[in-house]
Design a protein around this ligand. Structure first.
Ligand code: ASP
Length: 329
């Protein structure tokens, strides 16, 4: 029988409504899960680890490293890993794990739920069964399995706070669908060709800034004089920015002249950034900005934090962002 390490990190999934902050011990969590979802025992031999129990809004670099290390150190002992995680920042953790565990040979499946496992009509049960079954398969990806969809983690976005189909990968095909059968689209899977390595570390000196019609970029100028090392600027459509009275060009110019790269993303979740299409984006590009292509800004934000551990030189940062590390672009 396959062996799975089930890592519980918090979120709605395991919430006990009367004691939302209660920290469950691995033993009692395992009993609770196996009592409510006894079918799991038919799928795999399951061990449980609870490295922390947090609302996912409080999960960032430190926790990403704890998880990465936990998976790396247990890689030889398990066939796959399931990470139960709050939905709010699940895509950031998925991206972080995909960048930390490079050339990952085994499945790491993140899941969670919109309703706690203990509640009627909870989606936790199905998501967990799906995730554990996926983790027994030979899929070398960090995935999000949720609402019947199998998604590449670093391409995913949370698209709903209420629907059971809470995630999607707007710029990448689904890796699979779970209905009567599990259908995996093998042509979309990665195939690691080197030996696996664990790269810990994230440097939290990246800002994501949202451009809005009629909001003066000058308010953001103080950020250029802070210790931030890179910026992601979310524009409109294919990466367009106001360029008349609320012109972003001076911001981009000052940042890049000071060796701080500016990457342009979009508020629009689907489609490619193309800074050549419109004059207002071209001006930002001429001032030194670089488009994110098809990368989500969430994955780009995490990737930049990792890149800054390697180098803070603008040319290095841009070159490393251009590389495809784990199917994120
Ligand atoms: N606030 C919760 C979290 O992300 C929501 C959830 O789990 O769905 O931790």
């Amino acid at each position: 029988m396959k062996k799975i390490l089930l890592i519980h990190t918090g979120g709605t999934f395991g919430m006990v409504p009367s004691h939302p902050n209660k920290i469950l011990k691995p033993g009692s969590f395992q009993n609770e899960v196996l009592t409510r979802v006894p079918e799991l025992q038919k799928l795999a031999a399951i061990d449980v680890a609870i490295p922390f129990n947090l609302d996912s809004s409080d999960i960032a670099g430190e926790e990403w490293d704890i998880l990465g290390r936990l998976i790396f150190e247990n890689l030889d002992d398990y066939d796959g890993f399931v990470v139960i995680h709050g939905t709010d920042t699940m895509v950031y953790t998925a991206a972080a794990l995909s960048f930390s565990l490079s050339n990952l040979p085994k499945p790491v499946v993140l899941t969670g739920s919109q309703r706690p496992l203990s509640k009627l009509r909870s989606d936790a049960r199905f998501n967990l069964i799906d995730a554990v079954e996926l983790a027994t398969m030979e899929i070398p990806e960090v995935m999000i399995v949720f609402g019947g969809h199998v998604l590449r983690g670093n391409r995913a976005k949370k698209i709903s706070v209420t629907r059971y189909e809470a995630f999607d990968t707007p710029n990448f095909p689904h890796l699979g669908e779970i209905g009567l059968h599990i259908e995996i689209k093998k042509q979309h899977l990665q195939s690691p060709d080197k030996s696996m390595a664990f790269f810990p570390g994230f440097r939290q000196q990246v800002a994501v800034i949202s451009a809005q019609p009629g909001f003066a970029p000058d308010y953001h100028i103080p950020l250029l004089h802070s210790d931030l090392k890179a910026f992601i600027l979310l524009g409109f459509g294919s990466g367009n920015l106001p360029a008349r009275s609320f012109d972003w060009t001076p911001f981009v110019k000052e940042a890049t002249q000071n060796g701080k790269p500016v990457f342009i993303g979009s508020h629009s979740p689907h489609g490619r950034i193309d800074l050549n299409l419109y004059e207002c984006a071209r001006r930002a590009m001429e001032a030194g900005a670089v488009g994110l292509g098809e990368m989500t800004y969430e994955a780009a934000y995490v990737k930049l934090q990792k890149i800054l551990v390697k180098s803070t030189k603008m040319d290095d940062i841009i070159a490393l962002m251009e590389q495809n590390w784990a199917g994120e672009k």
